[in-house]
Design a protein around this ligand. Structure first.
Ligand SMILES: [Zn+2]
Ligand SMILES: [Zn+2]
Length: 342
């Protein structure tokens, strides 16, 4: 194999049109009867405003306690196992599920798995699923232009400290900005999921699901060690530390970093600044192939060259082999070649 060949597809029976692999999601699903903006109001707004600082503070405090316990006694194999399980369970559901399945519809899965991916993916704590999908679709449509809710180019470069303020906006600030925090109405951008009662229930259970992602490792620790101390350290590592690492990876390193840095081998229709950062491929579970993704948002697999590793894409391919996933979209070598910049 040469560097120019793609890593998959050679024997793939299904072929998808260039529209299918390059569209953010089927355009017919934008509901033009609704406005772009959706305002949260009343109690819902204040709960939302208080939620993110609260859950982030819990994860930071827990991480400090985890590091303190590490200095005293290291980390047990059980806690390490729970941490790795939680990171992969929630991370794959977030990237393969919330992102590629729900936001981009890049493949299909059997119903029970769809529910599991939506619940476990919500444990990333990013946003309730309907909002996440609406915001993410909008991010692609307006990528790094005016209208992208969390672009790290939001503040004019001429303004003082614009680089730092833009990174903060992309990471956290956009959720509290009166404009960008209400930019994407699910009625307009996610009507497919709004029509699915299970998704509405999962969306409305967001806070409870995120809290459950802290309780689950504690329960695993309790069962596996039979001690309250074992439950506590599992909570610190598999709950708090895992949550903080995932938040920093998804919200800061990828959302801001992959639009500021990285290589750009492909033409991106929306003309974004998306870049590939190879050394983040594994910890980001594949999302760091961000230029590949913005070039082919409809593709379920983000690794294009043979040497690129995409853990979430491998997970989707495994589901396909097991017969649990179908219609797995990926570009043909010709489609890849047509978009490659030299
Ligand atoms: Zn992006
Ligand atoms: Zn995307």
């Amino acid at each position: 194999m040469t560097m120019q060949q793609t890593s998959y597809l050679v024997d793939t029976p299904e072929q998808y049109s260039v529209t299918e692999v390059t569209e953010v999601f089927p355009a017919t699903e934008i509901d033009d009867r609704y406005p772009q903006y959706q305002a949260l109001s009343g109690v819902r707004k204040w709960i939302r405003y208080a939620w993110y600082p609260m859950i982030d503070l819990i994860s930071v405090m827990g991480t400090i306690a985890a590091i303190a316990s590490f200095e005293r006694q290291g980390i047990s194999w059980i806690d390490l196992g729970i941490l790795l399980f939680m990171f992969n369970f929630v991370g794959l559901a977030g990237e393969a599920g919330m992102h590629r399945l729900f936001a981009h519809k890049s493949y299909k899965v059997i119903k029970p798995l769809r529910i599991l991916l939506a619940v476990a993916g919500s444990m990333t704590g990013e946003s309730p699923i309907l909002e996440y999908v609406a915001y993410h679709r909008r991010h692609h449509i307006y990528a790094d232009q005016q209208g992208d809710p969390h672009t790290p180019y939001y503040i004019d470069a001429e303004q003082p400290l614009s680089r730092i303020r833009n990174i903060w906006h992309s990471f956290f600030g956009w959720k509290y900005n009166s404009k960008t925090s209400q930019m994407a109405a699910p009625e307009k951008y996610a009507k497919d999921l709004l029509a699915e009662p299970a998704m509405v229930i999962i969306n409305n259970s967001f806070y409870g699901i995120v809290l459950a992602s802290f309780v689950l490792p504690a329960l695993l620790g309790l069962v596996l060690t039979g001690t309250v101390a074992g439950a506590w350290t599992a909570f610190l590592w598999g709950g708090c530390f895992r949550f903080l690492v995932m938040t920093l990876m998804g919200d800061l390193i990828i959302r801001a970093g992959c639009h500021l840095f990285g290589t750009r081998p492909f033409i991106d229709q929306a003309n974004s600044h998306s870049g590939n950062i190879w050394f983040l491929a594994i910890p980001s579970l594949g999302l760091a192939w961000h230029n590949n993704h913005h070039a082919f948002p409809g593709s379920a697999l983000l690794n294009i060259d043979w040497w690129q590793i995409d853990p979430s894409g491998s997970f989707i391919s495994l589901l396909e082999k097991l017969g649990w996933a179908t219609n797995v979209k990926r570009p043909t070598p010709e489609q890849v070649k047509a978009k490659r910049l030299n």
